[in-house]
Design a protein around this ligand. Sequence first.
Ligand code: ZN
Length: 139
Amino acid sequence: MKSYRKELWFNTPTRVAFINITSQVEECVRESGIQEGLVLVNPMHITSSVFINDDEPGLHHDFANWLEKLAPHEPIQQYRHNDTGEDNADAHIKRQIMGREVVVAITGGRLDLGRWEQIFYGEFDGQRRKRVLVKIIGE
Ligand code: ZN
């Protein structure tokens, strides 16, 4: 069995952002040379997500609005986590809703995704350097 590991780095200009990372994950699969296997993609942070959904800007706007209703950033004093001096309790909650990681099958050396499935990095406490782990196993 072969294995491959890479870190992808992101620094979003806004606090909340969604980035389509499908082509970067595909590039990792090509680099790995693995034809049949699994790829795991997860942020190495607790205030961002990796998830699969549609690459449609209206939907991303809807995600952002829905998350802000569930866990508004302000007032920051409403969260006990922010008693620590941090201001990112909402980002921890948003990440929990959107999930930590995705696992995608590799078939014939390619991501075996459904017609509309795309892989996204979801940032909820951006404007700093953060990384995503890509781990591939197979043969
Ligand atoms: Zn925190």
